[in-house]
Design a protein around this ligand. Structure first.
Ligand SMILES: Cc1cc2nc3c(=O)[nH]c(=O)nc-3n(C[C@H](O)[C@H](O)[C@H](O)COP(=O)(O)O)c2cc1C
Length: 203
């Protein structure tokens, strides 16, 4: 079965460290037959500054965001694919705002029943992958926490490649061993047989 992988690439730098990690990961995944789509969240046209907390999505039968902009079909794709990859530079110990613009609108992919204490989501059972890099050697553990917790909450498998000391945009290309790890993670995630979950912090 062909794995469908959707990558949300959250850096404003088109050829920087995040884009490089994404390209390496995608190459690995494609080499194992996966179908990979890459969305650069910094360049979508938005009609809102993130989730507006209107909660209209909670009244719909469909898992859909009601804001009609270029993020809407991306959210719809997230509900369909097998693997969602979120890629981001570390910005002040968190994800980039450009990634969060879509990440928070994942709210529309859940239905909460607070009386029954239940939550339903088509994301359950999928895999969430985080690719991230930072200039310093500190902070990526903090960055990864919301992604790991979201995966746990949602019933998703979680894998990550976190690259500290990655330098400024483009420097990651010269950091030994990272390409190999990113390609390997792409291959592993694309492999239908593999159920192993990786958590790696590359120094
Ligand atoms: C707005 C901004 C905030 C940043 N904050 C941090 C930070 O808190 N810690 C850190 O180690 N690097 C920080 N960096 C550096 C980037 O995370 C790092 O260079 C990353 O690899 C760049 O990825 P890119 O080429 O995809 O933009 C920051 C860079 C920018 C532009």
């Amino acid at each position: 079965m062909t794995k469908e992988i959707l990558i949300l690439s959250g850096s404003p730098r088109k050829a920087g460290n995040t884009a490089t990690l994404v390209d390496w990961f995608a190459a690995g995944a494609r080499s194992k037959g996966a179908r990979v789509e890459i969305v650069r969240t910094a360049f979508l046209k938005y009609k809102s500054t993130g989730c507006t907390a209107c909660r209209t999505c909670q009244k719909l039968d469909a898992y859909a965001c009601v804001i009609k902009d270029e993020a809407k079909p991306v959210l719809a794709r997230m509900a369909k694919v097998d693997v969602i990859v979120m890629a981001t530079p570390l910005y002040f110990y968190g994800a980039s705002a450009q990634l969060k613009l879509v990440f928070d609108r994942m709210f529309s992919l859940y239905k909460w029943d607070n009386q029954a204490g239940t939550v339903a989501t088509p994301l359950k059972g999928k895999t969430l992958v985080l690719l991230a890099s930072a200039f310093e050697d500190e902070g990526l553990d903090a960055l990864s926490k919301p992604f790991a917790l979201t995966a746990k909450y949602t019933g998703m498998k979680f894998a990550s490649l976190l690259v500290s000391n990655a330098g400024v945009s483009g420097d990651i290309k010269h950091k030994p061993g990272i390409r190999k790890q990113a390609v390997a993670l792409g291959k592993q995630v694309a492999s239908t047989k593999s159920r192993r979950v990786l958590l790696k912090i590359a120094k």
